[in-house]
Design a protein around this ligand. Structure first.
Ligand SMILES: [Fe+2]
Ligand SMILES: [Fe+2]
Length: 496
């Protein structure tokens, strides 16, 4: 060591190596020792410019230069994971953050139950695990693409900020999965990481992998329904993967879940504020009957029956994301210890499921019946049921708002079989109430259950931007509290 270096260390200055480390950790906040893992660093350095290209082309249209009041995760402890400040989205610091390692963690389920959790990918499960990662990873950039035009019609700066927060965090979720791919899957993983930037939502030649992620999110009501119902599918999938015997995946998903909660908050409060505006406008105009649709629409708010139809659409499309209720792939992922059930640790059974059964609904001879199926083959059915139960809380809270306003109307989740394309109910016609219908009956009645062209035109007519500080579009009530307790007229987005 030279005298100069000794002198600088003594004065508290930092060495060149340490400087590089700090710089890097500033650009890519991480708790995976990125600066000392040269191979990982090289892979991410190669991928990062391609990611930024993708973000600039496919991320939020028209607002890349705006300064947005965003939350950035720079660490996983309570002090580090929610730093707020105005940033331009392309400068957002997308990081690689894993929940802390649980010492002595054991695989909680499946045929390897009780053995120490894997820190490396088990060779025999390499292909299955890679596929699980790619399918989950693909949904993250897909939703950013689906939502990319919404900034222009934001009903307030508050909502615009929430949209962009969700978008940058879905970007970070992509980083989280890409980290696992390039760290643990070598050349294959690097190719998959690149392919995640190349598929495009809704594109015929190279679409995103799952159906719901190729649908459009054309308006803000769709966005709120999507973040309440479809991000909740993300929550359920992440929760099941957080149980994984592959420990890096478990830790990655556990941290992603903390961010996911905000996305569902945006959805739940977005729908709730829409309902509040509707109820207030109806009360003011003296309209008692929710079915007075024309009168309600003239007030510039969304009628409640239309909200139900929108919910029906997003709920049914999202349920298809769970895959077939009966699935040998899901059985294998469970037995292999790769993907567990929701709240696996809290379930009181043997966690191996060789003997257990689970009730699954299906149509037999024109009737919906419940049959006991080997529980292992019904892993998806169970996750779907858990999802449906998890959705109900918000629906109940929405109904409270309607009830308090004295309007006789209740929102409800449609029957599990309604409007399904995948699984036990694919090819069947089931009403929201759970009646099995003929094709003719369906054609005659389904217009009342799913949004029609008129509905979508009406929603579209409401989508006028409201980008003035502290102001909100007619169809949505202001939030009760600001983000990070900011005042009502806070400039959440500085548009230049
Ligand atoms: Fe996500
Ligand atoms: Fe999300």
């Amino acid at each position: 060591m030279s005298n100069a270096e000794t002198a600088s260390e003594a004065s508290g200055a930092i060495s060149a190596d340490r400087f590089v480390e700090i710089k890097l950790d500033e650009i890519i906040p991480n708790n995976v020792d990125l600066s000392s893992d040269k191979q990982l660093l090289r892979a991410l350095e190669t991928w990062r410019p391609n990611y930024l290209d993708w973000w600039n082309v496919m991320g939020p249209e028209g607002y890349q230069g705006a300064e947005v009041y965003l939350r950035t995760a720079v660490g996983v402890d309570p002090s580090g994971w929610a730093k707020f400040g105005h940033v331009k989205m392309p400068d957002y610091r997308w990081g690689v953050l894993l929940a802390p390692k649980v010492e002595g963690r054991k695989i909680p389920f499946g045929r390897h139950k009780g053995v120490p959790a894997w820190q490396e990918v088990p060779g025999e499960y390499r292909a299955t695990l890679r596929r699980l990662l790619v399918v989950q990873g693909d949904t993250e950039p897909a939703s950013v693409e689906q939502q990319r035009y919404l900034g222009a019609t934001a009903p307030s700066l508050y909502d615009m900020r929430n949209l962009f927060q969700v978008n940058v965090e879905e970007g970070r979720h992509l980083w989280a999965i890409v980290y696992l791919l390039v760290k643990y899957f070598g050349k294959d993983g690097r190719e998959e990481a690149q392919a995640l930037l190349e598929r495009r939502s809704g594109e015929a030649d190279n679409p995103r992998i799952l159906g719901a992620f190729n649908e459009r999110t054309p308006d803000w009501l769709s966005f709120f329904m999507f973040t309440y119902f479809t991000d909740r599918d993300g929550k359920m999938q992440l929760a099941a993967l957080a149980e994984s015997g592959f420990d890096p995946l478990s830790r990655t998903c556990r941290f992603m879940l903390t961010e996911e909660a905000h996305h569902m908050f945006v959805g739940e409060t977005g729908v709730q504020r829409t309902i509040e505006a509707t109820c207030a406008a109806m009360a003011k105009a003296g309209i008692k009957h929710p079915e007075d649709v024309e009168a309600v629409r003239r007030l510039g708010v969304v009628d409640l029956p239309l909200l139900q139809r929108k919910a029906n659409f997003h709920i049914s499309v999202t349920r298809d994301l769970f895959g077939g209720e009966i699935s040998s792939n899901a059985a294998e992922a469970f037995s292999a210890g790769l993907k567990g059930r929701f709240n696996e640790a809290r379930l009181e059974d043997d966690h191996v499921l060789t003997e257990a059964t689970y009730p699954v609904q299906r149509v037999v001879d024109g009737k919906i019946v419940e049959e006991q199926v080997p529980a292992l083959r019904a892993i998806n059915a169970r996750l779907l049921d858990d999802y449906i139960a998890d959705c109900q809380g918000g629906v109940d809270r929405w109904n409270k708002v309607i009830e308090k306003a004295g309007i006789a109307f209740r929102l409800a989740q449609p029957h599990k079989g309604f409007n399904r394309r995948i699984g036990e109910f694919a090819g069947q016609r089931i009403s929201p109430a759970g009646e099995v219908l003929t094709e003719d009956q369906w054609q005659a009645r389904s217009g009342a259950w799913l949004p029609n062209d008129d509905d979508m035109r009406f929603i579209d007519s409401l989508m006028k931007p409201c980008h003035e500080r502290g102001k909100y579009a007619s169809w949505i009530a202001p939030p009760r509290v600001g983000i990070n307790n900011q005042p009502g007229d806070f400039e959440y987005v500085r548009i230049y």
